[in-house]
Design a protein around this ligand. Sequence first.
Ligand code: AMP
Length: 430
Amino acid sequence: MTTPTKEGSAAVQARRVLVLNSGSSSVKYQLLDMENRSRLAIGLVERIGEETSRLLHTPLTGGAATRERMGRIADHEAALKAAAEELAADGLGLDSPELASIGHRVVHGGLRFTEPTVITEEVLAEIERLVPVAPLHNPANIIGIRTAQVLRPDLPQVAVFDTAFHTTMPEYAARYAIDVETADAHRIRRYGFHGTSHAYVSRKAAELLGRTPEEVNVIVLHLGNGASASAVAGGRCVETSMGLTPLEGLVMGTRSGDIDPAVTFHLTRVAGMSVDEIDVLLNKRSGLVGLCGDNDMREIRRRIDEGDERAALAFDIYVHRLKKYIGAYSAVLGRVDAVVFTAGVGENSAPVREAAIAGLEEFGLAVDAGLNAVRSGEPRLISPDYARVAVAVVPTDEELEIAGQTFALVERLGRTAQPGQAEPLGRVDN
Ligand code: AMP
């Protein structure tokens, strides 16, 4: 893409994309060069608004070391300005004509946003309208977008939605079996999350198998602190484990995953707990941390090695849930070409992979102990040659996926698009 310089004379190639992932008290950022899909710098601002804010910035060109800034960073605007200063110090200033766009991770796009979308006031209003179904995430994403708009009002900014990849789920998978009028009035349905990761990893898995995404059916297990499974048929998501919110499904670091909804009525009536208390219980004090006090799989494995029974039970519950989903999604897909592990636990924990696949020979699944033990940052197969279904580890890269989708969209739009004038290219479904 070509863009005029500030002087309006010689043209330069605008091939950089800044990816922003704004949380309630943190901002993660990466600057990528889409010419060769390489990272130029990465950074994180955490504990925004506290006295102990911290910025960590790592330039990835020129061999400079990570820099740290400690001390209060008042708000997201200050955080982004501090990040911009760090980038400028590396000669990667955000005022550069080489910056093509800013891509924002937006957690909830509802049913409307099925594709990456150029952010207009109308798009922002719709993201705002979805706050009741994503109260923790969407407000932080909106603040990140507003701040970035102040920084570079001339640039097209793009929202890439965590829910988008799952909008292809058939109605019978997405709907809860509750009263239809109530569900529709409050937009209650299964949306799914981690969509950029499921999209990226399922595509990479097809590549690893030497096939096109259209040719393969895969089960993706995104096992990070948050965890979700998806069934992807011919490149399209047909089922996923997270629902209206990221609470449903697998056992996670601090979230319960699937649970009988009557537990909430029971806790209200019997334990006198408020809705907010139950919300905190299920989202923050459950999952691995609720079961054994630790949510880091490394620590849990260490405790198991020392004979800790609570840690062992937590591990077994975690793995049992995974197995149930592998079985269920095998049935949903009919034919499975690969089961793919990704994210912090999936990429690094050989014991979790081994235990999740153990006993599934009848499903055509097996893990080769030697291959499973290899540590690598590359996509790789860990199943033996004889296995009918491949088992793979594919490192996820949500930032690269967001940058790629953002860049592809602004390239299609061309530089004529200005914020506020551009039409969202996303298919509008409601
Ligand atoms: P994520 O949310 O994808 O960053 O994953 C974070 C989680 O990955 C941590 O809470 C750990 O449970 C897990 N994890 C990270 N590194 C390892 C490792 N080397 N071995 C086992 N688990 C790991």
